[in-house]
Design a protein around this ligand. Structure first.
Ligand SMILES: Cc1ncc(C[n+]2csc(CCOP(=O)(O)OP(=O)(O)O)c2C)c(N)n1
Ligand SMILES: [Mg+2]
Length: 354
């Protein structure tokens, strides 16, 4: 299929995938240098999903993502400087350095995380959808999650309420076949994710998540459905991560040959090749786009390095709320936990669990 976009838009899609790839390659390097600490989950290989999907949404739409969300934040418009500073834990970061890699957040672009809990974004998305429906805002809430989240109760509860109340939520599952080291077929009786979602009477669609055109077209269709007030939609993007789950993963659960096979379908080189074959990209243009992406990454690292650390005396700010003078404190003794009653305690009458 020919690429149904003009040269400018097609190159924009390619450039955004390059920006994510180069930013994350640099993050992996900075992790080794201990500039970035804590958890770090790379999206390398899956870039077509975030780029294709987010370019089908409007600025007033809400985005909720997982801990593998650096690319979603970037394409949504969170400045790379603010993302990189967040990775470094600097207060110039988009979550003031308090969140790190897994908790990127930016209300200005309606990017509502960055959620470390598997499935944690799903109820939030249902809440955004409910709020928009009650306020008669014609917005879509797009929630991204891995196939591992579909085993969580939060997925089923959110799907059920979204369908029951016909909420404007676009459920976007990035199925990369593994949840940490667990393959889908080892943990799920029903491996057809669309069949699972369809049990909530929600329309579903599968798309090739390695093909940015397929992702973008599927997402446009899904977003139109939701925006037209027809209720929620479930989209499965079939994709693959090329790197480890996080920075601590010996990858004993999959063959190297499988990874190499998926790499032949890598979204960057396949899309570049298509654009070149259709005279929408030259090698010089590719190199220029790549150089721009690398320059943006280097500038963001310089920014993060130069940014100051949060002063030590501020570290408890926003952690503990100071007591409000308008709410009197309870007299000493009240409000604390009562001592356990001997009648309820174990050993009193031999009751209670062992
Ligand atoms: C509720 C909960 N259980 C377990 C974990 C530990 N955990 C972190 S990532 C992950 C795998 C999730 O896989 P998937 O949803 O497929 O997303 P992917 O990492 O493949 O993008 C697990 C089990 C967690 N963060 N939250
Ligand atoms: Mg997964």
């Amino acid at each position: 299929m020919t690429v149904p976009y003009d040269k400018t838009f097609a190159q924009k899609l390619l450039h955004d995938m390059l920006r994510i790839r180069r930013m994350e390659e640099k993050c992996a390097e900075l992790y080794g240098a201990q500039k970035i600490r804590g958890f770090l989950h790379l999206y390398i290989g899956e870039e077509a999903c975030a780029v294709g999907a987010l370019h089908a949404l409007a600025p007033g739409d809400n985005i909720v993502a997982t801990y593998r969300e650096h690319g979603h934040a970037l394409v949504r418009g969170v400045p790379m400087d603010a993302i990189m500073a967040e990775m470094f834990g600097k207060s110039a970061g988009c979550s003031r350095g308090r969140g790190g890699s897994m908790h990127l957040f930016d209300a200005a672009t309606r990017f509502y995380g960055g959620n470390a809990i598997v499935g944690g974004g799903l109820p939030l998305a249902a809440g955004f959808g409910l709020a928009d429906k009650l306020q008669k805002r014609q917005a879509v809430t797009a929630v991204f999650f891995g196939e591992g989240a579909m085993a969580e109760g939060a997925f089923h509860e959110s799907m059920n309420l979204a369908a029951l109340w016909q909420l404007p939520v676009l459920f976007c599952c990035e199925n990369n076949l593994y949840a940490m080291g667990t393959a889908l077929a080892r943990s799920e009786a029903q491996t057809d994710l669309c069949a699972k979602a369809a049990s909530y009477a929600v329309p579903t669609l599968k798309a090739d998540g390695m093909d940015i055109v397929a992702v973008h077209e599927a997402m446009k269709l899904a977003a139109r459905h939701v925006r037209d007030g027809l209720g929620p939609f479930f989209l499965e993007l079939q994709t693959y991560r090329f790197r480890a789950h996080s920075m601590f993963d010996p990858e004993l659960y999959r063959d190297k040959a499988e990874v190499e096979e998926w790499k032949t379908r890598g979204p960057l080189h396949t899309f570049s090749a298509r654009l070149k074959a259709e005279s929408k990209l030259t090698e010089e243009e590719f190199l220029a786009l790549d150089a721009r992406a690398n320059a943006e990454v280097q500038a963001s690292v310089d920014f993060a390095e130069a940014a100051p650390w949060e002063p030590v005396e501020d570290l408890l700010k926003d952690v503990v709320t100071p007591p409000s003078p308008s709410i009197p404190l309870p007299p000493a003794g009240e409000g604390s936990n009562p001592p356990p009653s001997p009648a309820r305690g174990r050993g009193a009458g031999g009751e209670g669990p062992p």
